[in-house]
Design a binder for this molecule. Structure first.
Ligand SMILES: *Cc1c(COP(=O)(O)O)cnc(C)c1O
Length: 367
């Protein structure tokens, strides 16, 4: 017998995660789609004061139903829809990754199936495995869009209990049109839930609607968001969803007691009060993204249209060599997506200039 006595399907598996390298070693970090702009001193002081206030009652368990935070998140989301999102439709956890795991614990499980369309977010199959949910990945088309007839046919065949789809998609940046979400929700019906992961929703190009608008039409639709990307608060660990209140009630059954600490709740509420500032650089990042897409295309590379704060480009031949060449020049990007493609997060203008210079040098060296 080998030790430790872990579940056999987990034996020998390396824990997942993008490389985390110290900034003094790699000054330009464009690998995990973080917002490059940190909070102002004023915002830092307000967050610190709120965390300090929460510290006064740390002897007590926090509000298990985090009513104040759900109310603040509901009003934040309501800005994106014609109607209103109410607090009963909102759920939150420690990052949208925890929200995703809770969804699979509640709606997946042994004998049940989760479906996505590759290339897709690399964490989903891990949560399927951890919740003992069968995992099926269909394919996106060559331009990373979804062929709706094929998607419908796959759903009829697989009969998924959970469909997981990032929009904008990670790692491609592709947003799903509302028609696609409607087709998926109708094909799945009340047999399952369709989770549209809008981690990058705030970066979508103008005219691209949010799936939040479709919530009144589909009670099996779940839209997840996070404070990790546009909101510039990846360190906070706060992800959330909007859905039918019955879906939130189902998740309550599987959540850990008091899963959102008093400090997390206070910090998230303070960050939401500073939403205009924290989201203040989103327009600049969108413009920088469009510039980066155009620049990469000028280099003769293929670039997927992006509604996110990153772009996927290819094909670069030996992508590991390109990734390594960039790293040797102090620029960390991500080896992900189809073979021969790489993903770069959008940073400050200075960081993007460093990326472009390094990429030109690496490509010249390899030619
Ligand atoms: C970054 C990302 C998230 C966010 O995860 P958090 O746990 O909220 O930090 C969720 N989904 C996708 C597709 C992502 O790329």
């Amino acid at each position: 017998m080998s030790f430790p006595p872990i579940r056999p399907e987990l034996a020998g598996i390396e824990p997942y995660g993008a490389p985390q390298l110290p900034v003094d070693l790699v000054p330009v970090q464009l690998n995990v789609n973080e917002n490059p702009y940190g909070p102002s001193e004023e915002c830092v002081a307000d967050i610190a004061a709120s965390a300090g206030e929460a510290a006064r009652t740390l002897n007590r368990y926090p509000d298990r139903e985090f009513v104040a935070l759900r109310t603040a998140l509901a009003s934040y989301l309501s800005r994106d829809v014609p109607g209103e999102i109410v607090p009963e439709q909102v759920w939150a956890a420690n990052g949208s990754n925890e929200v995703m795991l809770q969804l699979l614990q509640a709606f997946g499980g042994p004998g049940r199936t989760a479906l996505s369309f590759a290339p897709t977010y690399s964490m989903y199959p891990e949560y399927a495995r951890d919740s003992m949910t069968a995992w099926v990945a269909g394919r996106r088309e060559d331009d990373f869009s979804l062929d709706l007839d094929r998607a419908r046919a796959l759903i009829a065949e697989v009969r998924p209990d959970v469909v997981l789809l990032p929009s904008p998609n990670n790692p491609t940046g592709t947003a799903l049109p509302p028609e696609a979400i409607t087709v998926l929700c109708e094909a799945v019906g009340d047999r399952g839930v369709v989770v549209v992961d809008e981690a990058y929703g705030e970066f979508r190009r103008s005219g691209v609607p949010s799936a939040l608008e479709l919530l009144p039409a589909h009670r099996n639709l779940v839209v997840t968001r996070t404070m990790s990307k546009a909101f510039a608060a990846a360190g906070l660990r706060l992800g959330y969803l909007a859905a039918d209140p019955a879906i939130c009630d189902a998740i309550r059954v599987v959540r850990l007691p008091y899963h959102l600490s008093a400090v997390t709740q206070a910090t998230a509420l303070a960050a939401l009060r500073h939403a205009p500032e924290l989201l203040g650089n989103v327009d600049q990042l969108r413009a920088q993204r469009d510039k980066t897409v155009a620049w990469l295309r000028d280099q003769g590379l293929q670039v997927a249209d992006s509604d996110a704060n990153f772009c996927l480009f290819g094909t670069v031949g030996d992508r590991h060599a390109v990734w390594q060449g960039l790293l040797d020049r102090g620029v960390l990007i991500r080896e992900t997506g189809p073979d021969g493609w790489l993903r770069v997060s959008i940073g400050t203008p200075e960081e993007m200039a460093a990326f472009e210079d390094a990429l030109v040098a690496v490509m010249k060296e390899m030619a």
